[in-house]
Design a protein around this ligand. Structure first.
Ligand SMILES: C=C(O[C@@H]1C=C(C(=O)O)C=C[C@H]1O)C(=O)O
Length: 360
């Protein structure tokens, strides 16, 4: 390295070393304090993971932040700090739709941090079952994709399962084309989950109309298959490429550059209000004129905003539907509580899936 540069860097690096030592000292102090919280909770049989508190910690730091680090970087750093502190109390066991390298795994790490026992499941049903039987403390399930719409299996299981929704996490979907060699030489087929193939169909038709497309159980499974067969290319996340030792041929090939998937965190916890929350409900009304209008009136009357409305056939063969409704606010907020009480009195079916912090 050139001498001049060396001279400039040496004192700056010394300064960084000194700062890191201070940061470490403070982190250790924070971890000891979190352990004290853990002991108090154990004494009172309180839950280790408190989503509303974690949301507040991150929101407060976002407000305090004067830069230069962007807010997103702070959130990611503090998520890991809290994850490590939590793990001193007890590492969370989190079930997700595997295998490793799926966007679901990314959602686990973004929502709970890396200091967790991530349990890979073969199906969305298995994720729910793992939480219900308490093999896992929490689960992460895909709810909707900004391109492809709702994940129906998740909607159906939310209806029948006793688990609660305790958080949401949106993950940017960046689809990558990958092979063993990093080129498409000798490749005859592109494999991926059908939803991912659908998300990239414009790009594939423009760039590689000659290559056959075939479905795989998951993107990560497609990557695994490609790692065993040089004639297979996979569409999956960059993490899957790393996991299976593949090279990326093209990145960001999804037709919509803003493609995102929203996941829900499920478990047995009831969260308390964090200050900015959402409540998810399932409702049904008799199949008659004006019923949906009347069903929703208590929300408007109590000034509660609806942020999502989705219907799903009730499978009675009668053209009846379940409505999946998200509203702003926590079920313990007075105006939400009032709206929900009025709503419950007018519907044929009423289920609160949970109230939880709006994700940053
Ligand atoms: C330390 C606590 O326990 C966990 C860890 C947190 C943290 O590290 O800040 C926050 C909430 C909990 O998930 C707490 O409840 O305050």
């Amino acid at each position: 390295m050139d001498d001049d540069l060396q001279k400039k860097l040496a004192p700056l690096r010394e300064r960084i070393d000194a700062i890191d030592a201070q940061v470490l000292e403070l982190l250790s102090e924070r971890a000891r304090t979190a352990q004290a919280v853990g002991m108090a909770k154990e004494h009172h049989a309180g839950a280790v993971f408190r989503p509303e508190r974690e949301a507040q910690v991150i929101r407060r730091l976002q407000e305090l932040n004067a830069g230069p680090l962007p807010g997103q970087a702070l959130s990611a750093i503090w998520m890991e700090i809290m994850s490590a502190c939590r793990a001193l109390e007890q590492p969370a066991r989190v079930a997700y739709l595997g295998p490793q390298g799926t966007y679901s795994e990314q959602a686990v790490l973004a929502h709970f941090g890396h200091a967790v026992d991530a349990i890979s499941c073969g199906t969305i049903d298995e994720v729910f079952r793992s939480v219900e039987t308490r093999r896992a403390d929490f689960g992460i399930v895909p709810l909707e994709n900004s391109n492809e719409g709702a994940v129906n299996r998740t909607l159906d299981l939310l209806l029948s399962s006793p688990v609660k929704v305790l958080g949401e996490r949106s993950v940017a979907v960046v689809q990558c084309l990958m092979t063993q060699s990093g080129t498409l030489d000798g490749v005859s087929v592109i494999r991926s989950h059908p939803q991912s193939l659908a998300q990239c169909q414009g790009w594939l038709s423009d760039h590689h109309p000659e290559l056959a497309r075939a479905s795989a159980a998951s993107n990560a499974e497609a990557a695994r298959l490609a790692s065993e067969d040089p004639t297979v290319a996979a569409i999956a996340s960059e993490q899957a490429a790393q996991r299976w030792g593949l090279k990326v041929v093209a990145a960001g090939i999804q037709d919509d550059p803003h493609n995102r998937t929203r996941f829900l965190a499920i478990g047995h916890l009831e969260t308390t209000p964090s200050g900015r929350d959402k409540t998810s409900l399932i409702l049904a009304v008799p199949n008659e004129a004006g019923a949906v209008y009347r069903m929703l009136a208590p929300l408007a009357e109590n000034d509660v905003s609806m942020t999502r409305f989705e219907s799903r056939p009730a499978r009675t063969g009668q053209w009846e539907y379940y409505f999946y409704v998200d509203i702003e606010g926590h079920r313990q907020d007075p105006k939400v509580a009032k709206a929900l009480a009025a709503l419950q009195a007018r519907v044929a079916f009423f289920k609160v899936l949970g109230s939880y912090p709006v994700s940053a």
